[in-house]
Design a protein around this ligand. Structure first.
Ligand SMILES: Nc1ncnc2c1ncn2[C@@H]1O[C@H](COP(=O)(O)OP(=O)(O)OP(=O)(O)O)[C@@H](O)[C@H]1O
Ligand SMILES: [Mg+2]
Length: 270
């Protein structure tokens, strides 16, 4: 059984790929899954450093938290990346890739081999352009982005493979990130455009995270909202945020392993 591959990708920077990737990885670990992760952005290394900080915090505070096995790929060879992917995910349930916010050959490669592709989008028309450009009034799609085209191609190829080799279907999920309260009329326009795009481009929309300061504050400690809850350090104002995170993970419809033993769930529910 090979690990289920979840790829976080969006060709634009700063949309929340690394933040959601780490939160999803740790949430799955809390549910008892074995999770591996590869950071494909050797310059920023956000996911890698986040998980390094996490280990540091565990040492400093003398605590053990559910975690992920992780690495960063900074080479220039697809075959080498495939070898690393196979080695790191050997015997694991999930392999998570965090990709850089730019067009990148390795990001394309892993997106094309994903089981679940997650694209976080900030809540604005500027970000929607990353999937496709829509006409102002009718929301008709004028032009597809490279990810959208890549996904079309991948699906076409997979379609043939599914028949021959039983390859899993690709599930492309767009999650809105940093959702804020915008004027109702504007919100309806945004939702209308996104829905139209989803029908034409073939992704589904799932709930994401709201704009919250805590997401910016967690990185140095390497902790996530679930850890804060587990450690009894989650303020009541953040309970809703944790609920959002759970909904985000549930919305990804991931195949959970049978043998999982959620060790931390009870403490987490406090
Ligand atoms: N829901 C949120 N609320 C508040 N801040 C957020 C949220 N999600 C992400 N951020 C902040 O926005 C910034 C960008 O997020 P992140 O690094 O996850 O994006 P990214 O898509 O990985 O960026 P890059 O393309 O540069 O890798 C970070 O400072 C992060 O803390
Ligand atoms: Mg990032």
């Amino acid at each position: 059984m090979t690990a289920h591959r979840i790829v976080f990708a969006n060709e634009k920077g700063g949309t929340g790929k690394s933040t959601t990737a780490v939160h999803v990885a740790i949430a799955l670990a809390y549910q008892g899954a074995k999770v591996a992760a590869i950071d494909l952005d050797p310059r920023q290394r956000t996911l890698y450093r986040y998980l390094e900080n996490r280990i540091e915090t565990e040492k400093l505070r003398d605590i053990a938290l559910p975690g992920a096995r992780f690495s960063v790929y900074d080479g220039d060879d697809i075959g080498e990346l495939d070898d690393l992917s196979e080695a790191i995910a050997e015997g694991y349930d999930f392999l998570i890739f965090d990709t850089p916010g730019r067009d990148d050959q390795f990001a394309r490669h892993v997106a094309a081999t994903a089981d679940t592709l997650v694209t976080p989008l900030n809540d604005s028309f500027v970000d929607f352009d990353l999937i496709g450009q829509v006409e102002n009034d009718t929301f008709r799609v004028k032009k597809l982005s490279f990810y959208a085209e890549l996904m079309w191609e991948t699906r076409k190829k997979r379609g043939l493979k599914t028949i021959n080799e039983g390859r899993r279907e690709l599930d492309w999920v767009v999650v809105r990130n940093r959702v804020q309260h915008v004027e109702a009329k504007n919100m309806r326009r945004l939702e209308g455009a996104l829905k139209e795009l989803s029908k034409r481009v073939g992704f589904r929309i799932s709930p994401g995270l709201s704009e919250r300061v805590i997401f910016r504050e967690l990185f140095p400690s390497g902790l996530t909202l679930l850890d804060k809850g587990h450690l009894g350090e989650l303020g009541t104002s953040h309970l809703v945020a944790r609920q959002e995170l759970r909904q985000l993970v549930a919305g990804l419809n991931l195949p959970m392993p049978d043998r999982r033993e959620p060790q931390f769930e009870l403490a987490d529910e406090k």
